[in-house]
Each structure stands twice: as C-alpha cells, then as structure tokens.
Design a protein. Structure first.
Lengths: 283, 322
C-alpha cells in the first residue's frame, strides 16, 4: 500500500506540475464560468418565464415547466460532457506509461522492491483518480450551477460522471497497452481516440454488415462490434441515465449488461495484456 | 557467509528482428562480499550495464544465475536491500529533494517516521541541506547526481549499485562521494561501482573485474592485479657506475633512473643477491619497493590483448576466466 500511495503521489505531483493538467482544469473552469455568467433564467411559479443567454433576451412564448427544461438540458448536456470528459481525460493521462518507460526513469522506479504489476496498477489508479477529480469538478460545478440558476435539484445528472469514468477506465487501459508496447504518448493518444471513433462507427454494424457482399465480411463486422467497447451506446446510456423516467424510456435501451459487460471485458483484456507485456519487457 | 552479490555463468543474448544474435554476456561470474567495494570495468559494450540490469531485474539473463543477499534477482524482494544509481538517471524534476527522497523511500518500504529520521542526516551527508525544499529542475548536474545517490541510500541498503556516481561532480564533490562510499562499505555495505574513471576505481575499490567482449578478462584485488611481480625500485646511498656494474654481474637487468635503481629480477633469490651485493659494497639501502602498474595500464593491456586475439585467425574470443 505504501508503494502504491507513493506512486499515486508521484503521478499527482507530476500532473500538478504539467501544463496539460493545468489546461485540463482551465478549460473546465472556462466552460463552467461561461455557463455561470452566460445563462440567466427568469423563473416564475416553477416555470420559465424569460431567459437571457449571453446578454441577449431569448424569446419564451409559452411558460415552460422548469423541471422539464432542466431535465432536457442536463440530458443533452451530458452527451457533450461524455465526449469532452473522455477526450480530456485521455489527453491528460496517456503519458503515464510512456514516461515511466523513458531511459533513466524506468531504472529508477523498477529498481525498487515493487512488482511491475503493482507499479503499472498504481499508475493506472492514479490516472483514474485524476480523471475522476476533473469529472467531479466539471460535472459537480455544472450541477451546482443549475441548482443555483433554477433551484431544481436533479441528482441523476451525477450518474453521467459514473458512466463517463467507466468509459475512461476502459480506454485508459487501452492507452496503457499501447503505451507499454510503443513507449509513445502521441501514439497512445491517437490510437485511443481512433478506437473510440472506430467503435462508435461499429454501432451501425447491422447496416454495415448488410452493405457488404460476402458473409465473412459481415461476420467480421459483427465480430469487431462484439469485441470493441460500445462507445456510441455508452454515450446514449449516459443521456438515458440522466434523463430517466418517461424521456429515458423513449430512448434506445443501452443501459444493458451486454453493453457494459463487453466494454468491461475489452478493458480487462487490454489491462491484462499491458501487464503481461510490461512484465516481460526488458529495459 | 552469504555474498552480497553473486553472479554465476551469466549469459545474455539479444536477438534482433533480422534474427541476428548479439552475445552481450558470455559466462560472466563474480562475487562481492559485504563491506567490499567492487569496481566493474570494461570498454563500451563489454557487458557492464547488462550485468547490473540483470541484478536489478530490469533485464533477464539467457542462462546463469544472479542473487542479491542470497535472494534470486527474479524476486522483487531481492531489491529491498539494494540501492541503485543509474547512469543518466532522471529524478522527476517537478519534485523537491525532500519529495523525491520521500517517494523513493516509501517505494523502498519506509514509513513516514523512518523518512523523517533518515532524510535530514542523509541530505547533510550529500551536502544538499540548503536545497532540501528546492525543485530538482533548479539543481546542477552534480547536485542531481548527489541527490540520486541519496535516493539510492535512503533506505540504508546492504548493497549499492552505482553507475558512474561521480558523473558531472566537481573534484571536491568526487572526493566527498568517495569518502561517503567508503564509509558505507566500512559499515558493511557492498558497493559495486561501474565507472569509466579508472583512477577513481583504483583509489576507491578493493577488488575489480574487467569485462571484455562479454567475459571477465581479469578479476581480483587491485594491488594483486597491478603488481608487476618482477620489477623493484631501490633507493640507496651513493649509487654509482661500479655498483651498477657489480649488480649486473648477477644477470639481473639494472638501470639507473632518476637517482634510484630499477631492478628487473628473475625471482626473489636474485633480488636478495642484489641487496647483499649493494650492502657489501657499502651502500646503505633506504627503500625497496615493488614497481606497480596503474590500473589504467592493466586495463589498456587487457583490452589490447583482446583486440589482438579477436583479430587473429582461429584465436579464442574473449579473455581468461578468473
């Protein structure tokens, strides 16, 4: 545990000293401030009577139920947070393994009485801790801001953070695998973003398979879909989880075990492979 | 008694993508006992770094065994009592000296109380007390090196593996590091020093092993390796030509050199005969000392011998086993 905590402290201190993390929190803060000062709502008897967006009056023809408005806003906004949260998290943490494997650094860490699996795991946990901290900051601030502006408390919005962190955990495992193999931060980031987008494209596997001429090609597409994380479905799952109730029921059923289970399996496989390669690697 | 470091018949073969094999180590064996300062020498590519990396589990031997304090190097626990200073190490420059010592200390199993006890005296020993809370990025090369040494010693290891420990350190700092390492050895720590600075190894180490082409070309105590065995320097009163002629009659090679005599003898009896003749001729002897080669002479000879052997058709590769 001492070793793990020392490693986590090291990663957090490094993150605090790096401009990427500063940028991570700065971007989030700018976003929160824009939201705080740009949106002014006029609420009368629990209904939206008027609104000012970035200094301009927005037309409100019929008074709207503010609770429905908040629900709609938070649901839609969570999809945006899903994208931005994941991209920022990978950008800020993908260096953790390549940096560890640099000449002069690897020797310092690996010559300590700690197993390589322990070292890799502690850096992975530290990376997740960083991502979680930013998500709590970003999502928590927006949530509090919405409460401040509308007096509507909608805790389901916080569920978005849990699902986003789950996807970050899986993609970070993939970034670690690429990092262990290539020792390159740039390649880790690019490959992880590529997997995210490729897996999202595969959500249309039924249509893609129908469009190809050979059966093996269709099988390959279905196979790839089964193997890769369900990034598109998980994005929908974030919205569905936040919306809940009637609105959620109208959306595709993505809060399912196969979606989460297969994504988790991909993450576990990636982390196991990363650990095996790291264990066997010679420095 | 268990050796602090024991390496037996280590071989290491690297394979490239083209199937080409490079033998970095070809049966290396050596031992370092507790309290001993041991120098590992050799030209670039001789296998020094590979040997140290195998000891630390950074790379795996193809065949052979290596142990630290009696534990196989495959066990991460074997590194609990080892401090390592790699060449060209990169202590994270975003940390202060105190944070670096704390993080690496905890990674070696120390708790906060032990760290609080260990850090102040250790940082004093490496002369960095004033810089304890300064970020490493502000440090000079020599200071970073001294901090690296402190990080290697933070958990009071029984074995110190040091790769070019005085790299970038000024002459006074080098002396201080040498003294510090000697203190550690006197305390019972086994110190393995990997350095290109032969004079430093000569003044610091008790024993050395010279690696050449992945094999141990020579190993032993420095005073034994540097003794030529057949040459002596004699200082006597009133050395003159008749005395030299008289001594040459014994068959020994006698030469006058800078006011003393350089005697090349067959054996110890011949040396005693020369002493008797000198005294019989009324010349008082004030000093007789065996002429020694420097470690550098030995090293250069060994490497040149290796090159000649390698260039000779049908010659054996590598050198002699100790």
């Amino acid at each position: 545990m001492k070793v793990m905590l020392a490693n986590i402290e090291d990663v957090l201190r490094e993150a605090a000293a790096r401009w990427t993390l500063m940028a991570y929190f700065l971007l989030s803060s700018i976003f929160i401030l824009i939201f705080a000062f740009g949106v002014n709502l006029d609420i009368v008897d629990g209904a939206l009577a008027g609104a000012r967006l970035f200094g301009k009056d927005a037309e409100v023809r019929n008074p709207m139920d503010i609770e429905k408005l908040v629900l709609g806003f938070e649901s839609g906004f969570s999809a945006f947070l899903y994208l931005i949260g994941i991209f920022l998290a990978i950008f800020a943490t993908a260096h953790l393994v390549p940096r560890l494997q640099e000449k002069g650094t690897a020797d310092l860490y690996l010559s300590r009485p700690v197993s390589r699996f322990g070292l890799l795991t502690s850096r992975y946990i530290a990376g997740l801790l960083l991502a979680a901290t930013n998500l709590v900051y970003l999502i928590g601030s927006i949530w509090l801001m919405v409460i401040w502006k509308t007096h509507v408390v909608h805790p389901r919005f916080l569920l978005s953070g849990v699902i986003i962190l789950f996807v970050v955990a899986v993609l970070l495992a993939f970034a670690f695998l690429v990092g262990v193999v290539t020792s390159s931060t740039a390649v880790s980031i690019m490959a992880t973003y590529a997997i995210f987008l490729f897996a999202a494209l595969l959500s249309g596997h039924e249509r893609l398979a129908a469009a190809v001429s050979k059966e093996w090609q269709a099988n390959l597409i279905h196979g790839l879909y089964s193997f890769f994380p369900k990034t598109a479905e998980l994005g929908q799952a974030v919205v569905k989880a936040v919306a809940g109730g009637e609105l959620g029921e109208r959306m595709p059923d993505t809060l399912t075990l196969p979606v989460f289970g297969s994504t988790l399996a991909f993450g576990l496989l990636c982390f196991t492979l990363a650990a095996v390669v790291f264990q066997r690697k010679e420095f | 008694m268990t050796s602090a470091i024991e390496v037996t018949d280590l071989t290491k073969t690297y394979s490239s993508f083209g199937g080409r094999k490079i033998e970095a180590l070809r049966g290396v064996s050596f031992r370092v006992e507790p309290g001993e300062m041991f120098g590992l020498l050799g030209p670039n590519g001789a296998g020094k770094t590979t040997s140290v990396k195998i000891l630390l589990g950074l790379t795996r031997a193809t065949t052979g065994t290596a142990s630290l304090m009696g534990m196989s190097v495959h066990d991460p626990e074997s590194r609990r009592r080892v401090g390592y200073l790699p060449e060209g190490h990169r202590i994270p420059n975003y940390l202060t000296a105190r944070q670096a010592l704390s993080i690496f200390g905890r990674m070696s199993g120390l708790d906060s109380r032990q760290l609080a006890d260990r850090i102040p005296p250790l940082i004093e020993r490496v002369r960095l007390s004033q810089w304890l809370d300064m970020k490493v990025k502000k440090f000079s090369k020599g200071m970073t090196q001294r901090l690296g040494l402190a990080c290697a010693m933070i958990h009071s290891p029984d074995v110190l593996l040091l790769d070019e420990p005085t790299d970038g350190v000024d002459p006074v700092g080098r002396r201080e590091i040498r003294d510090l390492l000697r203190e550690e050895a006197d305390r019972g720590t086994a110190v393995l020093l990997n350095s290109h600075l032969l004079s430093e190894i000569e003044t610091t180490c008790d024993k050395v092993a010279v690696l050449r082409g992945g094999k141990v070309a020579a190993a032993g105590r420095i005073d034994e390796l540097t003794a030529t065995g057949s040459q002596y320097r004699m200082i006597a009163a009133g050395i003159d030509e008749p005395l030299v002629s008289s001594l040459q009659l014994t068959g020994a090679i006698v030469a006058r050199q800078n006011g003393h005599l350089l005697l090349t003898v067959r054996d110890i009896q011949q040396l005693n005969e020369l002493i008797d003749r000198t005294r019989a001729n009324g010349h008082a002897i004030s000093e007789i000392a065996a002429v020694r080669s420097s470690l550098e002479d030995i090293f250069v000879d060994l490497i040149k011998t290796g090159e000649i052997e390698q260039n000779s058709p049908g010659a054996l590769q590598g050198g002699v086993q100790p």
